[in-house]
Ligand binder design. Structure first.
Ligand SMILES: Cc1cc2nc3c(=O)[nH]c(=O)nc-3n(C[C@H](O)[C@H](O)[C@H](O)COP(=O)(O)O)c2cc1C
Length: 387
């Protein structure tokens, strides 16, 4: 395929390509939710149930989807969400994904649980970089990480607060992605039957830096991925409170974003603690099953915070029309997780770029079709909420 679509016409195509390329255990880890996956399904159902309310006979020949976020112009109203496993989707996938975001003029959020050191991402990708982290039980270690991010020029700190304990993900147990990692007939066969990943990703790591490690963890905890359950940080922390947000506000001089808010009152508390933004998120339906789709909580949150904080929303956004709906309901921007990750797994940087281009083209098309020339002009009148 030599055209720039790479043969991918929507984000579902990228997902399917990722499914074929990755070992099943890894694909399921990246793609699935938790428990009965009700929240994950509801994220989609909710977005699909919101209808667009077009106006016609508007000159839509000039359209803009640029936004200003934290005083900076960006080319589309999207941010790449932190996904701990980009470096397993592709060799040094975090750099690929960050470069794709930079090429599209949007921020990239590096997850603390990444395989590539944050300093390398900053040096090799450039663009607008945000750093995500969880507060480790030894808070001083998290504070060290934050200092590294500050010194490397990361512009925002994304503090994820929705995972005090490990979520129930039974498929990881079935697939043998557990602590300690046990080599079973099933997971060894899984890897061996996906040679493109075995050679192109794992093989390249083994031939260069060795078994992937969590390079942003404190040196003494940088265990190999084979010693940890997929995607779980060294230790989750069930003692984190709003005091931690207040403390971070003192430590971190740049933009502070609290990710994983669902309740309007928590959004207000984040503002009270000095946060600059909240990410209204149920982690893509991966942590608390039966949680409400963030898009449905959005109007209440926007109302509650009264513009004191920037409101970003994520979970389930697969189409440009989904993004337009969120902006119409008052979101300042949308984070996308799985789609660019699937793009990275499919074709590295080119695949990630393709994922972002798909959103861009779709947003542009939908704006024209609803008679809106600028995302800044979107209002709740552009959508019809389900009864
Ligand atoms: C494989 C994977 C790993 C993730 N890792 C993290 C993480 O380390 N930190 C975090 O705050 N969110 C993490 N998330 C959640 C995303 O940041 C984001 O909230 C979610 O993917 C949005 O939903 P979407 O995938 O439907 O776009 C992860 C999501 C996926 C799919």
């Amino acid at each position: 395929m030599n055209d720039d679509t790479l043969g991918f016409y929507n984000t579902a195509d990228l997902r399917e390509a990722a499914r074929r390329r990755l070992p099943r255990g890894l694909f399921e880890f990246m793609d699935r939710g938790n428990d009965d996956e009700i929240a994950m399904r509801d994220n989609r159902t909710a977005l699909e149930s919101i209808k667009l309310n077009p106006r016609v006979l508007v000159d839509v020949s000039k359209r803009s989807q640029e936004i200003t976020l934290f005083g900076k112009r960006q080319k589309m109203p999207i941010i790449v969400a932190p996904t701990g496993s980009a470096g397993l989707a592709w060799y040094e996938g975090e750099i690929a994904l960050a470069r794709a975001a930079a090429a599209h003029g949007i921020p990239f959020t590096l997850a603390a649980g990444s395989m590539t050191a944050l300093e390398r991402v900053a040096a090799e990708a450039g663009g607008t970089l945000w750093m995500q982290f969880y507060m480790w039980p030894d808070r001083s270690l998290s504070h060290q990480l934050i200092r590294r991010a500050r010194d490397a020029g990361f512009e925002a700190l994304v503090f994820t607060v929705d995972t005090p304990v490990a979520p129930g993900r039974e498929y990881n147990l079935r697939n043998g992605f557990t602590i300690p990692f046990r080599f079973t007939r099933r997971n060894v066969t899984d890897v061996l039957t996906h040679p493109r990943w075995l050679i192109g990703v794992l093989g390249r790591y083994l031939a260069t830096t060795g078994m992937p490690r969590y390079m942003n963890f404190p040196p003494h905890t940088q265990t190999r991925i084979t010693s940890l359950p997929m995607g779980r940080s060294t230790a989750l922390n069930d003692t984190v409170t709003w005091d931690d947000v207040r403390e971070l506000r003192k430590l971190w001089p740049r933009k502070l974003i609290v990710k994983g808010i669902q309740h309007p009152r928590d959004a207000v508390l984040a503002a009270d603690c000095g946060a600059d933004a909240v990410v209204l998120s149920n982690h893509g339906g991966r942590v608390l099953d039966s949680s409400r789709a963030p898009i449905l909580a959005l109007p209440q949150v926007v109302d509650a915070v009264k513009k004191r904080v920037t409101v970003i929303v994520d979970s389930g956004f697969r189409r440009g029309s989904d993004v337009v709906k969120a902006l119409a309901l008052g979101a300042d921007a949308v984070m996308v997780g799985r789609a660019p990750l699937h793009g990275t797994a499919s074709a590295g940087e080119a695949g990630a770029r393709r994922a972002l281009q798909i959103y861009r083209d779709e947003i542009d098309r939908v704006l024209a079709l609803i008679g809106c020339t600028d995302v800044a002009d979107l209002t709740p009148e552009h959508v019809i909420m389900p009864k």
